[in-house]
Design a protein. Sequence first.
Length: 190
Amino acid sequence: MTFETSLELLKFHNIAYTIYAFIIISVVAWFGYNLTRKEKAKSIVRIPFYGYIAFLVAGGVGHHIFTYNTIPWVSEDIMRHHIEPDRTFDIEIADHKFHMPAKMEIKKGEKVFFNAKSDDLTYGFGLFRQDGTMVAQMQVNPGTRNDLLWTFNECGEFDVMSTEYSGPEGNDMTVKKAVVVTGCDGKGEA
C-alpha cells in the first residue's frame, strides 16, 4: 500500500484512528464499569485488562511503523541531501506579504524545492488545493533555513497561504492559484 497524496493517507488514517478510538473508549468503559462494581476485581480479571492495554500500545505503534514506509514524502525528506530538485523557487516574506514568482508552473512528478525566507516575523508557507485541503506546509522563521522539498503527484492549481499566526495583518496572506501543476493524462491539467 502506497499513498501518493495526503488525501489518500487521510482517508486511511480516518478509518484506522476511528477503529482505534472505539477500542480505547471500550477500555475506558470497561474500567468505569469495574469501578462501579461492589466486589473488587479479581486478579484473573486484571490479566485481560493489561493484555488489552498491551494490544492497544502494540496496535498504535505498529500502525505508525506500517505507515512510515508507505508515505512517499517521509523517505524523500530523510534522504533529501541526496536529491537534486527539478525546480527551485525562492520566496521572501516580509510585512505580511509573499514575494515570489507570479505563477510557479510545475509538471506532475517533478521534485520542487521551495526556499523561503522571512525578514521580520514567523510566517507559514502552505500549499492548498482549491477545495481548501492542505497539500504541504512549513514554518518560516526569521534568520533560519526554511525549505520544503515536495514531489507533486497530482495536477491542478494550488493556493499559497500563511499557516502561522503573524498578527491580524496576516489573516489575508493568500496568493490564489500561485502553483500550477500540469501533465496529468497527457492532456495538461486535471
